[in-house]
Design a protein around this ligand. Structure first.
Ligand code: ARG
Length: 451
């Protein structure tokens, strides 16, 4: 293999950065308008350049643009095609610009759009979770810690925990969008330019609030991509935890829910199976998203200012993340929407496993004025008594309980009722159906007001 082929193979980025084409063209059109505005380009040249670029945009969106590897990257491909279409005037477009500020701009615009579409998908999954939470705001299930039955909660309350996570993710997106508002175009190679450009003109034309404040930072900064990858990683982690719960709930052993049949895979030999493949892949794809964040951090961490070709390795982790996350969010939204919930099974599990032991202890404190530690000890002995008799707490008679502590009265037994236990947890953010309905209303507002 000849040296020039080796160079092309290692240097070319067009195989992936062709995905920036639309933004490259948009940025170039704004740049041409600005050059005309400040008198660097004549109106004729500017018009020719713009119409050539629009033609290229159509070729790209129509899928007929021919990207060539020997032209290295998307920027050179677009420029060379412009040359073919309009001739020498094309050469004037690159005045007061470098590929360094150009690629920073394109990538920033791509990432901004990815953040916006992530936000929309997050608001969709929140909507669906809110609907399901409303439907199940008073349905009892066991709440777990250590995956051990802990206390009864409502299924709606459990789903609302994910609503909080995804709403926090939306606020992370919002923060990232606020920081992505500075336009790198005009930084040129790294030092700015001696041409009398109007950087605010291009910034405004491209939807940024202002130009970057430091030209060296403008071409060397990829924090916006890291912001995106970190936000995406947190979203993926949340999705993965939910996926894991769905997988557990849908086992025969738990039987809390069945995943929508179209979103499960059958087994070729075991006809009874509904394998949760999409949920498993949501869980697994979080790994590559975290890896992508790590990749970009490592690419950047040793680079002196300003630009190095290392930075060409910034795009694939972001593209791969966006592709994976888009799929995962679509899948999760559909799974939550179509989930078949077995409220009977959830409820019966909440009444077993001594889930209301804390409520008995609380009654001993409230009803008998005992210190909580003593109440905890008495309840522990009652639990052991029930275990020995192979009974649930609510199946013990008052007399049996009184063998542990004769002060216990009829009223104490009522504390073991799961509906009462749940309804009583009225503290802020608690599981009482009353609080859950309030939380749903409040979250609905946050979800529609774009935070
Ligand atoms: N394809 C390059 C990248 O993605 C564009 C910038 C090239 N700049 C340079 N000085 N070689 O980073």
């Amino acid at each position: 293999m000849g040296a020039s082929q080796i160079l092309e193979d290692i240097n070319a980025s067009v195989d992936f950065d062709h995905r920036l084409a639309q933004y490259d063209i948009e940025g170039s059109i704004a740049h041409a308008k600005m050059l005309e505005h400040v008198g660097i380009l004549t109106a004729e040249d500017s018009a020719q350049i713009q119409s050539g670029l629009l033609q290229i945009a159509e070729e790209v969106s129509g899928g007929i643009f021919e990207f060539k590897r020997e032209l290295e990257d998307v920027h050179m491909n677009v420029e060379s095609r412009l040359q073919q279409i309009i001739g020498p005037a094309a050469g004037r477009l690159h005045t007061a610009r470098s590929r360094n500020d150009q690629v920073a701009l394109d990538f920033k615009m791509w990432t901004r759009a990815a953040l916006e579409s992530l936000d929309e998908q997050l608001s969709n999954v929140v909507d669906v979770l809110l609907q399901r939470a409303q439907q199940h705001h008073a349905d009892i299930m066991p709440g777990f810690t250590h995956l051990q039955c802990a206390q009864p909660i409502t299924f709606g309350h459990h789903l609302m925990a994910y609503v909080e996570m995804f709403l926090r993710d939306r606020s992370r997106v919002k923060d990232a969008l606020a920081r992505i508002s500075e336009c790198p175009l005009g930084a040129a190679a790294l030092a700015g330019t001696s041409y009398p450009i109007d950087s605010q003109f291009t910034a405004s034309a491209l939807g940024f609030s202002r130009p970057c404040r430091n030209s060296i930072d403008a071409v060397s900064d990829r924090d916006f991509a890291l912001d995106y990858l970190f936000t995406a990683s947190t979203v993926s982690m949340h999705l993965s935890r939910l996926a894991e719960e769905l997988i557990i709930w849908s086992t025969t052993q738990f039987g809390f829910a069945r995943l929508p049949e179209q979103l499960t895979a059958g087994s070729s030999i075991m006809p009874q199976k509904r394998n949760p493949d999409p949920a498993e892949l949501i869980r697994a794809k979080s790994a590559r998203v975290f890896g992508n964040l790590q990749t970009l951090l490592v690419v950047l961490k040793g680079l002196p200012l300003a630009y190095f070709k290392d930075m060409q390795e910034d795009k694939e982790p972001v593209f791969d993340t966006a592709d994976s996350l888009r799929l995962c969010l679509r899948a999760m939204t559909a799974i939550v929407e179509g989930l078949e919930v077995n409220t009977k099974r959830m409820r019966s599990d909440a009444t077993s496993g001594f889930a209301t032991a804390t409520d008995l202890a609380d009654w001993l404190v409230r009803g008998l004025g005992l210190p909580f530690r003593e109440a905890h000890g008495i309840t522990g002995r009652i639990v052991r008594l029930a275990e020995a008799a192979q009974l649930e707490l609510h199946e013990l008679t008052l007399e049996q309980m009184q063998t542990v502590d004769p002060r216990i009265q009829e009223d104490g037994l009522k504390a073991l009722d799961v509906d009462r236990a749940t309804a009583a947890r009225l503290s802020a953010g608690g599981t009482s159906p009353v609080r859950v309905l309030e939380a749903i209303d409040e979250a609905k507002q946050r979800n529609t007001s774009r935070n």
